[in-house]
Design a protein around this ligand. Structure first.
Ligand code: URA
Length: 235
């Protein structure tokens, strides 16, 4: 379900502020009934919205999951390196998709892309504490002291203080790390701060979603239920 004012702003009819006045003046109908309150929710797949007597084709909310391979940068354009957009099928290219946060060029794994800027913002914001789980191969072996240091909130060499995070040693040179924020090179820097420099990093989970079953380089569209679970995770 989507607010009427957001649906109309996404369709490019006017800014949210302008829409308020237009709605008040009775310019919009949902299923033929005039609605003056922009907060009223509608189902973009089922409800028919009209504006000044004309049907509005809403922009479908789209979220894609990509299994990012190493070697691609998480941006829409780059003068030097290939971008993740090159891995997105042609049919989605005109959807104004943006990556939800960034994975380093060498990091692999789960990267979401969406045309819903609000959702992207909520998922990235440390305020919403959406968990991101990584698998790392690294030098050395993580131990109890490292687990405790992660849980307490690490201070990095440049003074950056990280939120408490979960470190789960899997054996010599392998660990799982769960963080709720996305600072620059965060996991690599956290591990380096404990003398466990990372040689391979892959994101396996973001909020309720897991990479499982998606091959490296492949893309799939999230179902409405999965998008709903992301909405819930993003607060
Ligand atoms: N932490 C990192 O260091 N790199 C990433 O790509 C993601 C999290």
């Amino acid at each position: 379900m989507l607010r009427l004012d957001k649906f109309m702003a996404d369709a490019g009819l006017a800014s949210r502020r302008e829409l308020k006045a237009l709605l008040k003046a009775g310019a919009a109908q949902i299923n033929g009934k005039t609605v003056t309150d922009g907060a009223v929710k509608l189902d973009p797949e089922r409800d028919q919205v009209s504006f000044r007597g004309c049907p509005v084709a809403g922009r479908r909310r789209l979220v894609l999951m990509l299994h990012k391979p190493a070697g691609y940068v998480s941006s829409t354009e780059d003068p030097r390196d290939p971008t993740v957009m090159e891995l997105i099928p042609e049919a989605y290219r005109r959807q104004e998709l943006v990556p939800v946060g960034r994975l380093d060029k060498e990091t692999e794994g789960l990267l979401l892309l969406t045309n819903d800027g609000d959702l992207a913002h909520r998922l990235i914001s440390p305020r919403h504490e959406v968990e991101k789980r990584y698998y790392a191969r690294h030098a050395g072996t993580a131990g109890e002291a490292d687990v405790e240091a992660f849980a307490a909130g690490l201070s990095l060499r440049d003074g950056t203080v990280c939120k408490p995070a979960l470190l789960r040693p899997l054996g010599p040179g392998e660990s799982e790390i769960t963080v709720t924020e996305g600072k620059y090179h965060q996991v690599r820097r956290m591990m380096a701060a404990r003398g466990l420099p990372v040689s391979y990093l892959r994101r396996d989970m973001e909020g309720p979603l897991s990479l499982s079953g998606l091959e490296k380089g492949a893309v799939r569209e999230l179902s409405p239920e999965e998008i709903g679970s992301l909405d819930a995770a993003g607060g």
